[in-house]
Design a protein around this ligand. Structure first.
Ligand SMILES: Cc1ncc(COP(=O)(O)O)c(C=O)c1O
Length: 359
């Protein structure tokens, strides 16, 4: 375990469980044994710390980041792995940096194609053509692929061409768009000779036909379940981020009294209440509902009232705890997926927020 919080003046800490990370990468290989693994480490490795996560994931085959600056930071830190920038470059200066630093680019729109074709760069780079098969975010239409592939194939700036697409609903295995996207992608790629990538975490587990040559796991590497209704433990995944703080006060709130901002919770009987030194300033979700579980001294306790900037309240009526006890907000004992459900969000957002708050 390594602790990454540099905000020493806050009590909340984030620790990274490297063994869990390695276990999860191993699981990716079990789910997709015939594919290379492009580990998605964008957004500071989903809040886990991109540079240190990259060092722990040397057994992956490639890395994916969203922004050029993320790729440059990895190279500056000595990372020699193949890196793909999912948003690609926006101008010639960035493209030349890709060439100099041996970074691969996604091409998802015409401007990028034109820049690549019209200029000379110092060294050819690998190019990933992103095809929009139904997500309707980044990517070119299936009808346009030929107008990208052929010029890129002849372009001296291009080393290898790959094809990729991204699912919109892979977390919901019953969603009919999954197969529509897959069939469209299969049809397009049948006309070209290129290695392909489509599967994110959910598709790695649930859509085997989408594995192709390279899979792109993100959330499952960090130990959260990518599938609605299936727990991470069931999938063999282990929590990488351990988010903890301490219990700093215990008091009794009398029947009829309310707790916290907005008086959202009113006690219907006398309640022993604890105050934990963590809040939305640490990345804990402000929208967590009454009853959200908090783990204190091996007991599940329930959140009471609204989360504040640096504290939250819990029901200790039937708990055996003391001031100073360790409190787990999420991690090994308490799944971040469960906290996400109680907060009407997804684990991705919670991990990113807690990670960002710890910087
Ligand atoms: C293009 C692309 N591929 C792969 C991933 C990884 O997705 P997940 O974290 O659901 O595995 C992402 C994440 O958003 C992405 O944008």
């Amino acid at each position: 375990m390594s602790e990454r919080s540099s905000k020493r003046w806050r009590r909340a800490t984030i620790s990274i469980n490297e063994r869990a990370l390695k276990n999860n990468l191993h699981k990716v290989r079990e789910y997709a044994p015939n594919s290379k693994v492009m580990a998605v480490i964008k957004a500071d490795a989903y809040g886990h710390g991109m540079l240190s996560i990259a060092k722990q994931l040397v057994d992956a085959d490639l890395f994916a980041v969203a922004m050029p600056a993320e790729a440059f930071a990895l190279r500056a830190d000595g990372c020699t792995m193949p890196i793909v920038v999912l948003h690609g470059f926006v101008d010639m200066a960035e493209l030349e940096q890709f060439a100099k630093q041996n970074i691969s680019t996604v091409v998802h729109q015409r401007e990028q194609l034109d820049i690549l074709l019209a200029n000379d760069i110092s060294k050819p780079i690998d190019v990933w053509i992103k095809i929009d098969t139904g997500m309707h975010r980044l990517g070119i239409s299936d009808a346009e692929v030929g107008t990208y592939f052929e010029p890129l194939r002849k372009c001296k700036n291009v080393a290898n061409i790959y094809m990729m697409s991204h699912f919109a609903n892979a977390d919901d295995s019953k969603n009919s768009l999954n197969n529509i996207q897959l069939e469209l992608f299969l049809n397009v790629i049948s006309y070209y000779d290129a290695a392909c990538s489509m599967a994110n975490s959910a598709a790695i587990i649930g859509l085997h036909k989408s594995h192709f040559e390279i899979v792109r796991p993100g959330i499952m590497l960090y130990g959260s379940s990518p599938l609605c209704g299936t727990s991470a433990t069931t999938l063999g995944l282990q929590a990488v981020m351990q988010f903890e703080s301490r219990l700093i006060d215990i008091k009794v709130v009398k029947a009829g009294e309310s707790i916290g901002y907005g008086s959202r919770y009113t006690a219907d009987k006398d309640v022993t209440m604890g105050i934990v030194a963590v809040g939305y300033g640490d990345g804990y979700p402000r929208h967590a509902k009454n009853g959200t579980p908090v783990w204190i001294n091996n007991q599940r306790c329930a959140l009471l009232g609204r989360v504040s900037m640096d504290s939250l309240c819990v029901d200790l009526t039937s708990a055996d705890v003391n001031i100073g006890d360790r409190v787990v907000l999420w991690g090994k004992e308490l799944s971040v997926d469960e906290i996400a459900q109680f907060s009407d969000t997804i684990a991705y957002e919670l991990l990113c927020s807690a990670g960002a708050a710890s910087l």
